[in-house]
Design a protein around this ligand. Structure first.
Ligand code: ZN
Length: 104
């Protein structure tokens, strides 16, 4: 699955266009909450799951998307308003967490 187009849909959502013709939306809040990085999601180490320490639920600017870098043609790395930028979202993962728009 390849992401063909990514744009800001409105203040709180992104609009993603996919190589199979589907269009999905993804709210910035949901995207940040589903951040796949080790700090946010924990990490599998030697078959034991490492759970990250509980962090404050909200930090100022955490849902504010500053920019997105394309990494290796298969994933996106967003920079958030609170400086968080270690999450690498593969296209497959983005497709999974975004919501399809019904075709007309
Ligand atoms: Zn993260």
């Amino acid at each position: 699955m390849t992401l063909l187009k990514l744009k800001r849909h409105n203040d709180t959502e992104l609009l993603l266009t996919w190589s199979d013709g589907a269009t999905t939306t993804l709210s910035l809040q949901h995207m940040r909450n589903e951040c796949p990085c080790a700090n946010c999601k924990g990490e599998t180490v030697l078959f034991e799951r490492y759970e990250p320490p509980k962090l404050p639920v909200f930090t100022p600017g955490m849902y504010d998307l500053k920019k997105i870098d394309i990494v290796g043609n298969y994933s996106l790395q967003p920079l958030w308003g609170d400086g968080h930028h270690t999450g690498l979202y593969t296209y497959d993962y983005l497709r999974q967490i975004s919501t399809p728009i019904a075709a007309e």
